[in-house]
Ligand binder design. Structure first.
Ligand SMILES: Nc1ncnc2c1ncn2[C@@H]1O[C@H](COP(=O)(O)OP(=O)(O)OP(=O)(O)O)[C@@H](O)[C@H]1O
Length: 261
């Protein structure tokens, strides 16, 4: 929800970035304040996932220009793990499987790593299990998933639900959800959206990358941005997503070209 004078969580200015020498982000600007939900839409290949990976600090992506400020500090100076421990959470478009590592152990190590970073005592196994049981309710997940290896053999929708379980435990300041809605059946979409809504507070912010207006009926954004060619070319309210659903992206491109003349 937009609030006057709320804290700026993320400020991105003229960001350019490349992968394998190919320029992908070409002057991206975005400001995200506490309490806000931002949706980023845009055609395939426009750079949405690249942006999310650059924010998370993925080593394959090189920032070649511009600034990213997170809670007033230069994000680009932080290693990926410190970005995570300071409250940046990325739910992957394609969550990876980690055979041999139980979901419960993975969650406990991630959770305790964050506590340690904040100067808090780590939770022991019993206390952690109590906590994780409560968090399972947020995404209505069967406890049996805790004993399985991380994402191994999970269905597409189960992997996405598991990402939101991680989010529920880690309580991020800035959550970036990359196509978390893809692969979810109708009931799972409602459950996952309700989970995200329960985790959204006036103190944190969510950036949702999605192709589908449908998700935004459940998680109502304050802003909808369109990314095209590595830049945010248009920003509007939630009604913009409806317009995109109806008209596609071509008109945005044409209007941007006219404005650039
Ligand atoms: N290693 C690479 N080498 C060259 N090009 C790459 C590499 N990795 C990504 N790209 C290109 O970067 C562009 C942006 O990809 P990205 O995944 O960020 O797009 P996206 O907007 O998230 O797309 P989608 O909606 O399909 O998920 C694509 O054209 C992609 O092919």
């Amino acid at each position: 929800m937009i609030q006057e004078n709320s804290e700026v969580i993320l400020s991105v200015k003229d960001l350019t970035a490349e992968v394998d020498g190919v320029s992908i982000l070409k002057g991206l600007n975005l400001e995200v304040k506490a309490g806000e939900i931002h949706a980023i839409m845009g055609p395939n290949g426009s750079g949405k996932s690249t942006f999310s990976k650059v924010l998370a600090g993925h080593p394959d992506y090189t920032v070649t220009g511009g600034e990213i400020t997170y809670l007033g500090q230069n994000l680009l100076e932080l290693e990926a793990e410190d970005r995570s421990r300071s409250g940046i959470f990325l739910a992957f478009q394609y969550p990876i499987e980690i055979p041999g590592v139980s979901n419960l152990d993975f969650l406990r190590v991630a959770y305790n790593s964050k506590r340690k970073f904040a100067g808090l005592d780590e939770l022991d196994t019993f206390d952690f299990e109590d906590l994780v049981q409560q968090k399972l309710d947020v995404v209505q997940m069967n406890p049996a998933f805790l004993d399985r290896s991380v994402n191994e053999g999970f269905s597409g929708g189960e992997k996405k639900r598991n990402e939101i379980l991680q989010m529920a435990l880690l309580e991020p300041k800035l959550a970036i959800l990359d196509e978390t809605d893809s692969g979810l059946d109708i009931d799972a979409l409602r459950i996952v959206s309700s989970g995200v809504n329960q985790l959204t507070t006036p103190d944190n912010a969510v950036v949702l990358i999605t192709h589908y207006q449908r998700l935004l009926d459940y998680i109502v954004p304050d802003y909808v941005h369109v990314m095209e060619g590595g830049q945010i070319v248009t920003t509007g309210g939630k009604e913009l997503a409806l317009e995109l659903e109806e008209r596609g992206y071509t008109w945005i491109r044409e209007e941007a070209e006219v404005a650039a003349r």
